[in-house]
Design a protein around this ligand. Structure first.
Ligand code: FMN
Length: 367
């Protein structure tokens, strides 16, 4: 049984606690060059200062056409690498470990950014949109039809993941998470609903998982053996005929055999589905994958410290990823330490020490 505030050592990396910032796109590269900005420094810096053990930066495209929106971050060039290095250095200075999610958005690329008031749907070419690619020329409902990737295109994607991984290492990141969830390119290959190929990269389990396994192998080959590699997976599509929990568990074991250290277990996103949303609704999926013998992180509507601790206590996961609650509460770990009865476990920057959570609820300062 491990506590939220117990360190976790993965390969050569010790992460100071099990509270991880879930990757969340900011869509804030206003220049549309994929280079992280001051926004990213402040956003990730605040959560590193807020006590997260591991900060996983958002879906970061390995190729320009792999961006979800034109405002996404990238790691396909060296200017992006250098800008990320500044974010990583600041996070390290706050005592956090820093990760990045490497991604290709496939048929869900080239859409308007998910900000309030923005247009929705595919970005037209005249507004900076581009032709999307996918395992098969099957559109996500409401989006433009992708072009089927040829073998050269597939090779190019794998090469791009490896090149981005090398840049992530040079930028100083401690962890890479490969994004194979939510209906983006690598997941599109896993699902028989989006992958209708009849070549080596489609068909049975081995065919549909081939691209992800090749990507993992190539990333692992350039990513130092001392550094952890995670994969985010949608463990179910919540519809009949889609990718299943049983396949996820089988894939989890296979990924572990290929050098993946943790599977970050999410769900859905590839097709329209009725998802049974509720507190911790994806935790049983994390447990099912963990039972196949690979460490997992649980994510999804985990918002309260006691709830997060219970997920670890019951053995469903090895770490907790927090998404939206961390947008509104950058120092969630400090509140968690206090609510779980041990405020001293929180990590505070010296400049914030006077604002630390108390042992007991105190009266307002007087005098
Ligand atoms: C603004 C926003 C951006 C997101 N971007 C990503 C992303 O880049 N990569 C990813 O895997 N998930 C992304 N997600 C999903 C979250 O990482 C998380 O899995 C999801 O929000 C459920 O966790 P929560 O209930 O704690 O928010 C995003 C979610 C939000 C709210």
């Amino acid at each position: 049984m491990s506590s939220l505030f117990d360190p976790i050592t993965v390969r050569g990396l010790t992460i100071p606690n099990r509270i991880f910032l879930s990757p969340m796109c900011q869509y804030m590269c206003e220049r549309r060059d994929g280079v992280p900005t001051d926004w990213h420094l402040v956003h990730y810096g605040a959560r590193a200062a807020g006590g997260f053990g591991l900060v996983v930066a958002e879906a970061t495209a390995v190729l320009p056409e792999g961006r979800i929106s034109p405002e996404d971050c990238g790691l396909w060039d060296d200017a992006q690498r250098d800008a990320w290095a500044r974010v990583v250095d600041f996070g390290h200075a706050q005592g956090a470990r820093m990760g990045v999610q490497l991604a290709h958005a496939g048929r869900k690329a080239s859409v308007f950014r998910g900000h309030p008031g923005a247009h929705s749907g595919s970005v037209p070419a005249a507004d900076g949109g581009w032709q999307t690619v996918a395992p098969s020329a099957v559109a996500f409902p409401g989006l433009a039809t992708p072009a089927e990737l040829g073998i050269d295109g597939i090779t190019g994607v794998v090469d791009a993941f490896a090149a981005a991984a090398a840049r992530a290492d040079a930028a100083g990141f401690d962890v890479i998470e490969i994004h194979a969830a939510h209906g983006y390119l690598l997941f599109e290959f896993l699902s028989p609903l989006s992958n209708q190929r009849t070549d080596l990269y489609g068909g049975d389990f081995a065919g549909r998982t081939r691209l992800l396994i090749e990507t993992v192998d190539r990333v692992r080959a350039v990513w130092p053996a001392t550094k952890p590699l995670f994969v985010r997976l949608s463990a179910t599509e919540w519809v009949d005929g889609g990718w299943t929990v049983e396949e996820s568990a089988r894939l989890g074991a296979l990924l572990a055999a290929h050098g993946v250290d943790l599977v970050d277990v999410s769900s859905g996103g590839n097709v329209l589905a009725k998802i049974p949303l509720g507190p911790g609704y994806q935790v049983p999926l994390a447990r099912a994958v963990r039972e196949a013998g690979v460490p997992t992180a649980a994510v999804g509507l985990i918002t309260e410290p006691a709830q997060a601790q219970a997920v670890l206590d019951e053995g469903s996961a090895d770490a907790i990823m927090l998404g939206r609650v961390a947008l509104r509460e950058p120092a969630w770990p400090a509140r968690a330490a206090a609510e779980l009865g041990n405020p001293d476990l929180a990590r505070y920057p010296a400049a914030y020490w006077r604002g630390r959570w108390p042992d007991v609820v105190v009266q307002p300062e007087r005098g």
